[in-house]
Structure formats: structure tokens, C-alpha cells
Design a protein around this ligand. Structure first.
Ligand code: AP5
Ligand code: MG
Ligand code: ZN
Length: 216
């Protein structure tokens, strides 16, 4: 199954995509995670991307699409994928369609996780991420068993640099201006599955499963 997972910053894309990918035996491809791995490794792509990510702006489409084209051509995407965080502009959506068509593929569903704006700030400011395996926690909604330590691997938990109050505000504005129009775009194409994200993590997962015909 070829799936796009959309939603504003903090909607729960990464949280849901992780579990969905494990259940569907397909890769979870998060553009944000790929950029952060490149920033950590100090690559040229990472240095370029960091100039935008640190401010909460979008990385230019040509950079992002070049990266994703290569990733989707890898063998592990043959049986499907979950794209988390792309597309974020109408231009990216058109480019993605063209890349997939070249590979003889198309999207099966676009899942949009809908969460009211006032909740997103609390979700992002309370988020903690494992430095080692990227597992995501929340200080109140989904705390680790031992404070500051990852349940999965024991790694150290940290706060993402773009989860500062000022950057969060810009990310939410960028979402409203550049990414929210994708909801109508995919609705018109008959691909949209809208999910109420203002529910427990498990209930959101169950609803996504129902919409995709999966009983996980
Ligand atoms: P990216 O890393 O994708 O950030 P984002 O879109 O802002 O989304 P987040 O990862 O912040 O939120 P999420 O929806 O994954 O929520 P999560 O599951 O963690 O992108 C970062 C940056 O990279 C962008 O700003 C941009 O600069 C660049 N970039 C990436 N893709 C790009 C592209 N295509 N084009 C251009 N630039 C791009 O959950 C959030 C918190 O809430 C967690 O603490 C979690 O535990 C908690 N939580 C989750 N679900 C629930 C629930 N149901 N109830 C209660 N708490 C919950
Ligand atoms: Mg994420
Ligand atoms: Zn970990």
C-alpha cells in the first residue's frame, strides 16, 4: 500500500506512521527524519536543510523532491511505503505524482490527521525524542517509563531544536499557508481519508486502520 500521512506539525504523523509501517511491513519514510539524520551527520544536504528547518521554514521543493525520488526508488519501497511529511506544497504533490508514475506506481490513500491548532503547541512543546532511535514520547500524553530514557533502546531523550515556542509558531503559519491547501487537492482526487486526531494515540490508530481496511 502506498500511503501519504498528512497533518499539521504535532498532529501525530510520526507516532502513527511508525506503528502502521511495522504492521504493513513497509518503510516509514519521514522527510523530517531524513533531514535531521543529515544534519547530525554534517552532510552537505544537512547543512543546506538546517538553514530552513531551524527557522521552521520549508526546505526548497527541488532539494526535497530530489531526495525523495532517490528514496522511493530503493528496493524496500517495492511493496509500498508510508510517506510522513511529504508532500507539503501543491508543487511537491504534482512532482510526487510524476515520480510515482515514472516508477509505475500511484498513491492508494492520503490520510489526513486533523487536530485543533491550540492542541498542537502543547503536543510539540512536551515532545521528547530518542537521540538514538528517534522513538517519540510526550511528557504528559506518552511519557517514557524512566524520565529522560527511551523505553525501546535506553537512549537519551532530547527536545527537537525546532520545538521552541517561536519556531513552532512559524511552522504552524507555514502549514496553514503552504500545506493546508493539500487537503482540498487530495479530496478532489478522491484519495483523502480524514481522521480525528484529537483522540488517544490508540484510537487514532484504530480509526486509520478502519479507513484503510486494516484490523490492527
Ligand atoms: P517534520 O519532522 O516532519 O515536522 P512536522 O511536520 O512539523 O511534524 P512533527 O514531526 O513535528 O509532528 P508529527 O505530526 O510527526 O507529530 P508526532 O507524532 O511527533 O519536519 C521538520 C522540518 O523539516 C519542517 O519544518 C521543514 O523545515 C522540513 N521538512 C520536512 N518535510 C519537508 C518537505 N516535504 N518539504 C520541505 N521541508 C520539509 O507527535 C507530536 C507529539 O504529540 C509527541 O510528543 C507525541 O507523543 C504526541 N502525540 C501524538 N499523538 C498523540 C495523541 N493522539 N494524543 C496525545 N498526544 C499525542
Ligand atoms: Mg514527525
Ligand atoms: Zn531509543
Amino acid at each position: 500500500m502506498n500511503i501519504v500521512l498528512m497533518g499539521p506539525p504535532g498532529a501525530g504523523k510520526g507516532t502513527q506512521a511508525d506503528v502502521m509501517a511495522r504492521n504493513l511491513f513497509v518503510p516509514h519514510i519521514s522527510t523530517g527524519d531524513i533531514f535531521r539524520a543529515n544534519i547530525k551527520a554534517g552532510t552537505e544536504l544537512g547543512q543546506l536543510a538546517n538553514q530552513y528547518i531551524s527557522k521552521g521554514d520549508l526546505v526548497p521543493d527541488e532539494v526535497t523532491m530530489g531526495m525523495i525520488k532517490d528514496r522511493l526508488a530503493e528496493d524496500d519501497c517495492a511493496k509500498g511505503f508510508i510517506l510522513d511529511g511529504l508532500p507539503r506544497t501543491i508543487g511537491q504533490a504534482d512532482a510526487l505524482e510524476a515520480i510515482l508514475a515514472e516508477q509505475g506506481k500511484k498513491l492508494d490513500k492520503v490520510v489526513n490527521i486533523d487536530v485543533p491548532a491550540d492542541l498542537l503547541i502543547t503536543r510539540l512543546s512536551g515532545r521528547r525524542v530518542c537521540r538514538n532511535c528517534s522513538q517519540t514520547y510526550h511528557l504528559e500524553n506518552n511519557p517514557p517509563t524512566e524520565p529522560g530514557r527511551c523505553d525501546e533502546c535506553g537512549g537519551e531523550l532530547y527536545q527537537r531544536a525546532d520545538d521552541s515556542e517561536e519556531t513552532i509558531k512559524n511552522r504552524l503559519d507555514v502549514y496553514t499557508e503552504q500545506s493546508a491547501p493539500l487537503i482540498a487537492y487530495y479530496e478532489q482526487k478522491g484519495l483523502l481519508l480524514s481522521i480525528n486526531g484529537n483522540q488517544s494515540i490508540n484510537k487514532v490508530l484504530t480509526d486509520i486502520g478502519k479507513g484503510l481496511g486494516q484490523s490492527w
